[in-house]
Design a protein around this ligand. Structure first.
Ligand code: ADP
Ligand code: MN
Length: 495
């Protein structure tokens, strides 16, 4: 009997030879390291990408945003040097041609992000080479394992690349610097806690700015506008609706002399998630202006068409002198216009403002006027007119939200107009404006038509009959009937 008792042989799961094996040790060590330094590029992505919109193109976007930021800093440095060289001298030299940020291009209706610069980044040192993953290089006696002090030190230096981008590592990566494990581990600890801290900070910032409500591509678009100096700053979100998000921004400098950017702007971002737009098809599908294009388009382009429609409609209104936002620029699904309001505070909607009975009456007559102008001069029906889309600013009513507006000859144009009239009538009748016409009278007053039905059902039936007549005319003659003649007489529907 053995004095130390019987050895429990079953608990040995591997042989002594295995345990002592250099090879196994290396493998274990490598495994451990791989776990400690997973090959995640995601570290760099972390703070910038939020929500559900992580797609494969976001690496590209990130790179582009960084490059732009970089270019901006470069330009700032250039300006400082320019200033230093020129001093008070009467003759000055300009570094203008060396600038990297160039005025915002408003050209392309191109599909993808048009800013693509793959220049080699001159500021970044080449990475020092590291030993390959297998843990050793060379053969036989010349084998160098990763435990070699020098190699290990270099490798540690190279690993600083894994730290978050905002973690300043100085020139170490470029030099032949060898970090001992101890130093490296201390740095690593610090870097990771910094990263967590900065992620927290960034999170806070994101919640307070415009950025959270839009996808990366849109953010890049907005970023470009700011970067080009067209917008000074985007201060925050005014409204998040089903179909759009609206931001406030301070205007910047225009690239061209003739165009003035308003001091305060509203940025309407049409949402690129499509579900909400499905039920709006009828507005655009039947709008002959967009008819040819509709069938061929992909959903993303349809969204852009809404933005385009709003722009065109606003321009028409502007030309007729109707108080409405002024178009600044349209870029893809992002429409920048003048801000109705002041000091970041948007003008209140008519539904939210309490007007004196005098102002109420004034507002009513103004709207009556605007509806007629819209119909006769702009050849448009608002199609979503209500106290929600009228703002009270500067003692008058401003019309907004015209992406769904259509021409009166739209197959449902008159129905839309009737709905608008009903909203307006009801609002002002409830608001105590005794003079307010009822919806049928208002419809006739705006359209110049003379529908005599004295009840809503018959009235609507007549409207639909008119629309159908017009459609048939289009079918038979390939062109629309004029809804109104130039001298202001009611339109002639019969031939
Ligand atoms: P939606 O289709 O989401 O209703 P709107 O164009 O009506 O889009 O904009 C939503 C809200 O944003 C408006 O109710 C208004 O409060 C605000 N808004 C939109 N455009 C402007 C602008 N140019 N100036 C000030 N506020 C605006
Ligand atoms: Mn609206």
């Amino acid at each position: 009997q053995c004095p130390w008792g019987a050895p429990n042989t079953t608990s040995i799961s591997c042989s002594l030879a295995d345990v002592m094996s250099e090879q196994l040790a290396k493998e274990l060590q490598l495994e451990e390291e791989n776990a400690a330094f997973p090959e995640v590029v995601a570290v760099a992505e972390g703070p910038f990408i939020t929500g559900e919109n992580i797609d494969t193109s976001s690496d590209l976007m990130l790179a582009q945003m960084l490059q732009m930021e970089f270019d901006r800093e470069y330009d700032a440095q250039l300006r400082r040097e320019e200033k230093k060289i020129n001093g008070d001298s009467k003759v000055s030299i300009s570094f203008e041609n060396y600038r990297k940020v160039h005025p915002y291009d408003s050209d392309s209706s191109e599909d993808e992000v048009d800013w693509q610069d793959t220049r080699h980044d001159p500021y970044r040192a080449d990475k020092p080479t590291t030993t390959p993953r297998k843990g050793f290089i060379g053969k036989g006696k010349d084998i160098t394992t990763k435990h070699d002090e020098v190699v290990c030190g270099r490798k540690n230096t190279a690993r600083m690349e894994n730290f978050a981008p905002e973690f300043q590592v100085g020139d170490g990566i470029g030099m032949d610097l060898k970090l001992s494990n101890q130093v490296f581990n201390a740095l690593k600890q610090h870097a990771y806690s910094e990263e967590r801290r900065s992620a927290r900070l960034h999170e806070k910032k994101e919640h307070s700015t415009a950025e959270k409500a839009v996808d990366p591509k849109t953010r890049l678009l907005l970023y470009k506008m700011v970067n080009a100096g067209m917008l000074e700053t985007i201060t925050g979100c005014i409204s998040t609706g089903k179909e759009s998000v609206v931001f406030h921004a301070y205007g910047g400098k225009s690239a061209t002399e003739d165009k003035v950017i308003p001091p305060e702007c509203a940025i309407k971002v049409f949402k690129t998630t499509l579900n909400e737009f499905k039920n709006r098809d009828k507005y655009i599908k039947d709008d002959y202006r967009f008819k040819d294009r509709f069938s061929k388009l992909n959903p993303r382009k349809i969204i852009r068409m809404w933005a385009e429609k709003e722009m065109h409609n606003l321009t028409r209104m502007q030309n007729a002198g109707i108080p409405c936002p002024q178009v600044v620029i349209l870029k893809k699904h992002v429409l920048v216009m003048s801000f109705i309001g002041q000091d970041q505070i948007p003008a209140p909607k008519l539904k939210d403002v309490t007007l004196s009975s005098e102002d109420m009456k004034k507002a009513y007559y103004q709207i009556l006027d605007m509806m007629q102008q819209l119909y006769k001069e702009c050849n448009l029906v608002h199609a979503d007119l209500s106290e929600y889309n009228m703002l009270w600013h500067d003692g008058k009513v401003w019309l907004i939200d015209v992406s769904q507006s259509v021409e009166p000859t739209h197959p449902h144009g008159l129905e839309f107009l009737f709905r608008d009239c009903r909203n307006v009538s009801q609002f002002f009748q409830k608001g105590g404006v005794a003079e307010a016409l009822n919806e049928r009278e208002l419809f006739n007053a705006v359209s110049g038509l003379n529908i005599t039905a004295d009840n809503e059902v018959d009235f609507q039936a007549e409207i639909e009959a008119l629309e159908k007549m017009n459609e048939d005319h289009v079918q038979n003659h390939g062109k629309k009937l004029s809804m109104f003649s130039s001298d202001g007489d009611p339109p002639i529907y019969d031939e």
